[in-house]
Design a protein around this ligand. Structure first.
Ligand code: AMP
Length: 299
């Protein structure tokens, strides 16, 4: 049975007890509405550490759109059952006041002075389309790390730029070890996401265009295409076959990851897409050079 705790302070105590007993802690932060992508992270955390713990917190700080926050799926009872079956030792939830007892203003919002600077990896892509998103992510992830002080933390490649922001954060903090796990996909190829639940059956079928577009870029890469503009054109051509509101289709070098597309021929590449299927915002990415197919492609 997974132990369920509701207060970050109780989670901190549980984790401190594990550390005192000499146990390593694998930690998986989530926003709940768990699916097999999350559970893969949990299973890996359990396999590589003495204990695994999970947080379920729909972090208001990282939503730049109030409607998106309001309709984000929430199902804690269902999440707890899935965690029981995947070897999770402890799951905790919390509130903004529980995580930031001394940092909130009188109106209940976080004092902006306590927002974490997510650094250069937050520039461009998601950072451009979701202003403030990565500051919100970095702020809660830092606090979650302070609560759990894990040995290793597990994140999904699905949120590629987020892994770069977290890598930047752990380099600053000096802990924990970051483990980036490959993207789990539905049989159709669609990247698993809590937001898929918000799609109609027809939208879910059509959303496969995203991974098909990324795969077309990978095919072009295999044929020897190395020009970012032409790779992007391959992606856009496939995306244009469906009603999908493209926000960006971009190429980046996974090592020299930056705000703008690298000029000249790419030596390594990750292709990233974001856009709207109906009213649901979806993102996905694919590493194009196969030797870096697992993880975030960082050195
Ligand atoms: P979220 O609940 O969306 O904040 O996701 C929690 C963690 O699960 C993040 O590290 C995500 O990158 C990861 N994750 C979400 N979807 C997937 C997926 N399809 N495959 C692998 N990891 C995922």
């Amino acid at each position: 049975m997974t132990l369920r705790l509701e207060a970050p302070a109780d989670a901190a105590q549980w984790c401190a007890d594990q550390r005192s007993a000499g146990r390593s802690i694998g930690f998986v932060p989530t926003m709940g509405a768990l699916h097999d992508g999350h559970l893969g992270l949990v299973r890996r955390a359990r396999a590589e550490n003495s204990v695994a713990c999970v947080s379920v917190f729909v972090n208001p700080l990282q939503f730049n759109d109030a409607a998106d926050f309001a309709r984000y799926p929430r199902d804690f009872a269902g999440d707890a059952c899935l965690l029981d079956a995947s070897g999770c030792d402890m799951v905790f939830t919390g509130t903004l006041a529980g995580f930031f007892p001394r940092e909130l203003r009188a109106d209940g919002a976080l004092d902006p002075r306590h927002l974490e600077d997510p650094g250069p990896p937050a520039e461009g892509l998601e950072g451009a389309f979701r202003p403030g998103h990565f500051a919100g992510v970095a702020t809660i992830v830092r606090r979650l790390f302070e609560v759990t002080r894990p040995t290793r933390a597990y994140f999904g490649q699905k949120d590629y730029q987020q892994t770069r922001v977290v890598r930047h954060l752990v380099e600053r903090l000096g802990f924990p070890e970051l483990v980036v796990c490959p993207t789990a996909r539905e049989d159709s190829g669609l990247a698993r996401s809590s937001r898929n639940e918000l799609l109609t059956a027809d939208e879910r079928r059509r959303a496969v265009v995203i991974v098909n577009a990324l795969r077309a870029a990978r095919e072009a890469w295999r044929r020897g295409e190395r020009d970012a503009g032409r790779l992007r054109a391959e992606i856009l051509a496939v995306l244009a076959t469906e009603r999908f509101g493209v926000e960006y289709a971009a190429l980046r070098d996974p090592i020299a990851f930056g705000a703008s597309e690298p000029a000249g021929n790419l030596r390594r590449a990750v292709a990233l897409v974001a856009g709207r299927m109906g009213r649901v915002r979806l993102i996905d990415n694919l590493i194009l050079d196969e030797d870096r197919a697992d993880g975030d492609g960082a050195p």
